[in-house]
Design a protein around this ligand. Structure first.
Ligand SMILES: [Ca+2]
Length: 139
């Protein structure tokens, strides 16, 4: 029997946005969208001087980091804890584009063997974007 595991999203950080006015980020787990800029009404950028722009999303505390500092992100941290996962899981960070194909910024394969290592940070670089996704796996 394959070991089950729990995946907990911790943090998404932007160090370099792909677009000048911020990236329209969405996160997928196993091809399912689990967070999207569309409902959060924010874009990701390293430069948070633009309105509605954040450079960090803290899933554990349910907060986002904007120019004025940390504020509530209006998310339920429990919604980013995925229990009873098995086999291999795939986390993906995408940037939505209106007129061209969406860009895959990066992906992180997750499995039970990642358990017990504490927080795991994966650098995601694609199409000029530079992000870091942090998550934790427990078995
Ligand atoms: Ca975009």
């Amino acid at each position: 029997m394959a070991a089950t595991f729990t995946l907990k999203l911790v943090l998404l950080e932007c160090f370099q946005a792909q677009e000048l006015n911020g990236d329209e980020i969405y996160i997928k787990l196993n091809d399912r969208v689990i967070w999207t800029w569309k409902t959060a009404h924010v874009r990701f950028s390293h430069d948070t001087s633009h309105p509605h722009t954040i450079d960090k999303l803290d899933f554990v505390q349910g907060r986002k980091h904007e120019a004025s500092g940390w504020v509530s992100a209006g998310i339920d941290p429990e919604a980013f804890v995925f229990t009873d996962m098995n086999g291999g899981a795939l986390l993906e960070v995408w940037d939505a584009d209106s007129f061209t194909r969406d860009d895959l910024i990066g992906r992180a394969p997750v499995s039970a063997s990642d358990g017990g290592h504490g927080a795991i940070s994966v650098v995601m670089q694609g199409d000029g974007a530079y992000y870091r996704l942090t998550y934790e796996v427990t078995t």
